[in-house]
Design a protein. Structure first.
Length: 197
């Protein structure tokens, strides 16, 4: 017959030190098997902010105040954009939504106004200076999706990583080493060892 944990009202089987696994880990870590890491967990069912009656989520705050605390360091801070400004989504300015709840991006609206027609499905608007908030007409380029991708590939070419060993231009495999040097490093403890017969 297995023993029961020393702590009254626990009822779990003993793991070691006469405690169950939970109380043993608390005893080893904090020196007290009854130590609670989150004392408010079972005592505060609601947000600790005055006049907020929402159920708490974490750190004693409801989901709204917890998000403010995480973002700004203070659960009472509420930052709102001043009146007359537009919204920002992924760096692009937009001014409201259409009837299908699609965002009306300002750079696309300007391009459609210049063209005198809506943009086609394969047409995109490229910001020439790569500043998404610069929506001047001279900074916008209307192009196809494939041409847009080629522009970005030319502007930001991918640098293929090579082996860090001098005079070795092989492709990086792992830990900055090519496959050959990585194998030597695993087998002999150094990527520089060369065995000759």
């Amino acid at each position: 017959m297995r023993n029961i944990c020393k702590i009254s009202d626990c009822g779990k089987y003993v793991h070691s030190y006469g405690f169950c696994d939970l109380h043993k880990s608390r005893f080893k870590k904090y020196g007290d098997p009854l130590y609670k890491t989150r004392p408010w967990r079972n005592t505060i069912p609601y947000c600790t902010i005055n006049e907020c009656n929402k159920i708490y989520m974490a750190k004693g705050y409801c989901i709204t105040h917890y998000a403010r605390w995480k973002r700004h360091g203070n659960p009472n801070i509420l930052l709102k954009a001043p009146n007359g400004t537009v919204n920002i989504y992924r760096g692009y300015y937009y001014d409201g939504c259409d009837s299908n709840n699609n965002k009306l991006f300002i750079h696309r609206m300007k391009a459609e106004k210049v063209l005198g027609r809506p943009l086609k499905k394969n047409e995109v608007v490229h910001h020439i200076n790569e500043n998404k908030s610069d929506n001047r007409n001279c900074n916008l380029l209307i192009c196809t999706d494939s041409y847009h991708m080629s522009i970005h590939r030319k502007l930001h070419p991918r640098i293929k990583p090579v082996c860090i060993i001098d005079k070795c231009n092989n492709k990086n495999h792992a830990y900055g080493l090519c496959q050959k040097h990585n194998w030597r490093n695993k087998k002999y403890g150094s990527p520089h060892i060369i065995l000759k017969n």
